[in-house]
Design a protein around this ligand. Structure first.
Ligand code: ASP
Length: 438
């Protein structure tokens, strides 16, 4: 059994967290490949090392002395080393880095990648594991995508028998420069390592006990989701639930490797398993997997008599949006009208031009624009085989006096998406949560 275990920033934040990581690894000999983030926040008011590294780079660009910020970063790592009595010389590398930074002989990506690099160096020495640098196997193409075949081959050729620690978040460009993924990208490194080594499971250790059924800022103590399919996760993440970096799923899904989200601070909790399908249902009464959503959408509704019987009207409307490079999230329609739903910040800068062009190209009877709309998504693959779910859902909202402004159900019946006024957003989520978990 081979497990790739990725530890996020909060799991790497200080010496105490390093000890927890070690205990987690010792508890299961299958956890042989470890991917780490840069040190994260130790408490609410603390700073992530990655943020400080970006700040450091900005200092140099603006000709401001970066020493105080640089020292703060260096000290975080030196403190961990001292407290854990790790035998590793960091001073030389830190000094060389600072010289290159001040001489402007260092790219931003290379500088910020050092957060993960020093984390991994320290963790490898602490565990007495092999350190495998990300530049020695993650290969980007010139367009910034990862060359998976080449990368996998390289990783396989370097991993020897004992445990391995790999820094997350970065890799190498064909021109020899370091490139980072977008923020949160250590998740992708973990997924690539799991795929390269055909791991049995990709464990993603963070500071929450898996994915919750609803946002805990809205619902008090929401239940965790024990199992979720990749497709459901995609739906949940679209509408707000931020669990994993979006580039994470593809490499593991292709290889059929399940992902297990776990909590470093509560390792006894099983967390959430994400995979293609589940044979057994954990709780057949749990029709909804999760409820999520986002605020601040706009809806443009075009009314035109005979719209459904005319050829090409929809195309004309969508062409207008295409000309303005606007992607539409949902297109619910009626007999003589069609609505276009998208985030307000996307449409607002183009709104008047778009309306004028629709007016000109389609000659509608009326166009209506509403904003301050929140989208709520009720997600659950079990909904498709269960009649009455939407009845229960809309009845619950009706009883709570929440007005529904738009309804959209995908053909795969994986979700029911509806729009409510922004001000009803939190209440709609609470009402649904209560209705489906009782
Ligand atoms: N350290 C990087 C960030 O803060 C990458 C990661 O932790 O996944 O975004």
């Amino acid at each position: 059994m081979l497990k790739v275990a990725k530890f996020g920033g909060s799991s790497m934040a200080d010496a105490g967290q390093y000890r927890k990581v070690r205990d987690i690894l010792l508890a299961d000999p299958g956890r042989k490949v470890v991917v780490v983030s840069a040190a994260g926040k130790r408490n609410k008011n603390d700073h992530k090392i990655t943020d400080l590294l970006y700040l450091c780079y900005a200092h140099v660009q603006y000709g401001v002395d970066c020493t105080p910020v640089f020292d703060q970063i260096a000290n975080r790592y030196l403190e961990i080393r001292e407290e854990l009595q790790i035998n590793l010389d960091l001073e030389q590398e830190l000094a060389a880095l600072k010289l290159r930074l001040e001489a402007k002989n260092l790219t931003q990506d290379e500088l910020v990648s050092r957060g993960e690099y020093f984390s991994a160096k320290l963790m490898a020495a602490f565990l007495d594991f092999q350190f495998v640098d990300a530049v020695d196997w993650i290969r980007f193409r010139m367009d910034g995508t990862v060359d998976e075949e080449a990368s996998y081959e390289l990783l396989r050729s370097q991993v020897r028998g004992k445990g391995v620690v790999i820094p997350g978040f970065y890799g190498l460009m064909p021109d020899g420069h370091i490139r980072t993924f977008t923020r949160g990208g250590s998740d992708i490194t973990g997924a690539l390592a799991a795929a390269a080594l055909d791991a049995d499971v990709y464990e993603n250790w963070t500071d929450v006990s898996g994915i919750l059924m609803a946002d805990p800022r809205i619902v008090k103590d929401p239940l965790p989701i024990p199992e979720v399919t990749y497709d459901e996760l995609r739906e949940l993440s679209y509408a707000g639930a931020q669990v994993l970096h979006e580039g994470t799923i593809m490499p593991v899904r292709e290889k059929g490797i399940p992902v297990n989200i776990r909590n470093t601070n509560d390792p006894g909790h099983e967390g959430t398993i994400i995979k293609e399908d589940f044979d057994s249902e954990i709780d057949p009464h749990r029709v909804l997997t999760g409820i999520t959503g986002k605020k601040d959408f706009s809806i443009i509704t075009v009314f035109k008599r005979g719209l459904t019987s005319q050829v090409g009207v929809l195309r004309k409307i969508l062409s207008v949006l295409e000309r303005h490079n606007i992607s539409v999230d949902f297109v619910p329609n009626g007999i003589d009208n069609v609505s276009l739903v998208m985030p307000t910040e996307v449409i607002a800068p183009h709104l008047y031009k778009v309306l004028a062009e629709i007016q000109q190209d389609v000659e509608p009877n009326e166009i209506e624009v509403i904003d301050q709309i929140a989208i709520v998504a009720a997600v659950g693959h079990r909904m498709s085989s269960r009649p009455g779910v939407s009845g229960q859902l809309f009845a619950a909202l009706g009883e709570a006096g929440i007005n529904i402004r738009m309804i959209n159900q995908g053909p795969d019946e994986l979700n029911i998406i509806f729009g409510v006024d922004n001000r009803d957003f939190a209440e709609a989520i609470r009402v649904l949560y209560n209705s489906f978990t009782k």
